[in-house]
Design a protein around this ligand. Structure first.
Ligand SMILES: [Fe+2]
Ligand SMILES: [Fe+2]
Length: 167
């Protein structure tokens, strides 16, 4: 049985994962409005992944016999100045999430909650991938606008589209 402090912190992180899903879905809608279907498809897949992260925390609390409590999900923005601004936001968001996961890990260690620390290990690794993926796209987009903007942006949209659109 986990301590209340750990349960509450995990419950809060579950909410933040669902917020992440909501944020990326908002970004998908923004790209949809610009007819950038590849970008939108990428964001939809990302939104699904974040939902799955939320469910991992949900499942862990259930496994620990803890009571789930669903808090309100904050409304994300629906507009960004440019596609680059949206991806810069995504990268900054992932960096914030990484810090929260590390805070959770610190709490688990402080409480000598080894089961929770082990469970969180997956998220520590996942955040490295998440930051790398968003960072790479930001880098490519900056390159695209510095060079032959329109053509490279088109190629990038095509590349992102390969990840596949989910309905
Ligand atoms: Fe996540
Ligand atoms: Fe994420």
């Amino acid at each position: 049985m986990i301590r209340d402090s750990v349960r509450d912190a995990i419950n809060a992180q579950m909410n933040r994962e669902f917020y992440s899903s909501y944020l990326y879905l908002a970004m998908a809608g923004y790209f949809e409005s610009m007819n950038l279907k590849g970008f939108s498809g990428w964001m939809q897949v990302q939104a699904k992944e974040e939902h799955a992260h939320g469910m991992k925390f949900y499942g862990y609390l259930v496994e620990q016999g803890a009571r789930i409590s669903m808090a309100a999900i904050e409304a994300p923005p629906s507009e960004w100045a440019t596609p680059l601004a949206a991806f810069e936001h995504a990268l900054a968001h992932e960096q914030k999430v990484t810090a929260r996961i590390h805070d959770l890990m610190d709490l688990a260690m402080k409480e000598k909650d080894y089961a929770t620390a082990g469970f969180l290990g997956w998220f520590v690794k996942e955040q490295v991938e998440e930051e790398a993926a968003a960072g790479e796209i930001v880098f490519k987009m900056k390159l695209a606008s510095a060079e032959k903007g329109a053509v490279l942006l088109y190629l990038l949209d095509h590349e992102l589209g390969k990840r596949g659109k989910t309905a």
